[in-house]
Design a protein around this ligand. Structure first.
Ligand code: NAD
Length: 348
């Protein structure tokens, strides 16, 4: 067997190493730091290559590629969304991703991103909450208590300072699981038996359900003045969570309009319905929340730049640790043009 040179090796972060890294740093610190890195990248938004993600739909789900580049690094994520999967013992969402050096085109990191997606989605939600949620908000309704839910709750605690979460899921077992996982995490956890009960007294409403159809998790009469809605689960054509009337009463904030208009809650609205781009709120060019009575809605679908920030965060934080393996991923013949010779030498 030939020994690969250093140039052949790409750091690979497995699921086990990702879990080790998160515990080594501490999950709330990871969420806070990730939110800061995502915010820094949103503030330099115009610099990035941006394209709606490339989606391959089937009757049961979607598989997507999410590329972007800031001119120095290039990144992409592979991610799926299959709401029926949990019934078969599989995750609804799995992901992995890669970062590469634009100058050489060589990959510099390959990483699991199922956990990282939950972390980056939660960090992004909480970052947006920091700008849009009513001042002093302490209570969040968490509707949909699946894989993403605890990450969302902890991010809003760490970044926005909430102290209470009110949980609801159509599957009471999911709510029990989330309540168990959130015990002793510094939050008051209130399991609820309806969505209406969950939103009572909540200044922030997060919807994070999975259903491959236009669902109505919230109806118009359920949403009072002044709340911030963090709508995570409507992220595919024909897959939404909010009644259209809520959208008409809300000021709507999005990541990348060309993607959100196809995938987000606003697919229910006219193509020219006004929306605000979040990066402009973060740079201070546009005001976010203007009044106490305003309903703000983050129509989250997840954008490639958030994954790019998350991959760079991982690359930065694995340096000097044992939370990665070197993967023999790139063919590296001694003479760059002798790829065939390298293959031949493998024989003997
Ligand atoms: N916006 C983003 O960036 C982003 C990122 C990751 C995931 N997502 C989306 O978030 C959603 C949740 O992801 P997950 O990994 O937690 O999925 P999951 O399947 O683990 O959990 C979804 C939960 O929603 C519950 N649910 C379904 N219909 C409901 C209803 N009508 N009322 C209350 N609860 C209901 C299910 O019982 C389940 O517990 C998915 O739709 C996924 O595509 C979005």
């Amino acid at each position: 067997m030939l020994t690969p040179s250093d140039k052949a090796l790409v750091p690979f972060v497995s699921v086990d190493n990702m879990m080790g890294l998160v515990h080594h740093i501490g999950i709330e610190k990871v969420l806070v730091d990730l939110a800061a890195d995502i915010e820094a990248d949103f503030k330099r938004w115009p610099l990035f290559d941006k394209t709606p993600r490339v989606a391959s739909h089937s009757d049961v789900g979607v598989i997507e590629l999410m590329p972007t580049s800031d001119g120095e690094m290039y990144g992409f994520k592979y991610v799926n969304g299959h709401p029926k999967n949990t019934k078969e013992g599989l995750q609804t969402v799995t992901a992995f991703g890669l970062l590469a050096d634009v100058q050489s085109g060589y990959p510099v990191l390959l990483s699991e991103m199922t956990l990282l997606t939950a972390l980056r989605t939660a960090a992004t939600s909480a970052l947006v909450g920091k700008y849009l949620a009513p001042k002093g908000a302490k209570t969040m309704a968490m509707i949909g208590n699946g894989a993403q839910s605890e990450f969302q709750c902890l991010a809003f605690k760490a970044v926005c300072g909430i102290d209470t979460v009110r949980l609801y899921d159509i599957d009471a077992e999911a709510t029990k699981k989330a309540a168990r996982n959130l015990a002793n995490k510094g939050l008051t956890v209130v399991p609820c038996s309806t969505a209406q009960e969950a939103i009572n007294g909540a200044e922030i409403i997060t919807t994070c359900t999975a259903d491959k159809q236009c669902a109505t998790i919230l109806t118009d009469n359920m949403v009072g003045a002044g709340v911030h809605i963090n709508a995570i689960g409507g992220d595919c054509p024909g897959k939404t969570e909010l009644h259209g009337d809520i959208l008409k009463r809300s000021d709507i904030f999005v990541e990348f309009p060309p993607q959100t208009r196809v995938e987000g809650e606003i697919q229910q609205l006219a193509d020219d319905h006004p929306v605000t781009e979040l990066w402009q709120v973060m740079t201070g060019d546009v005001v976010g929340r203007k009044s106490d009575s305003q309903i703000t809605l983050f129509d989250s679908v997840g954008f490639a730049i958030e994954d790019f920030s998350a991959l760079r965060y991982v690359l930065k934080n694995i340096r000097g640790t044992a939370f990665f393996d070197d993967l023999d991923m790139l063919a590296d013949p001694d003479d760059p043009r002798d790829l065939f010779g390298m293959l031949e030498r493998r024989l003997g």
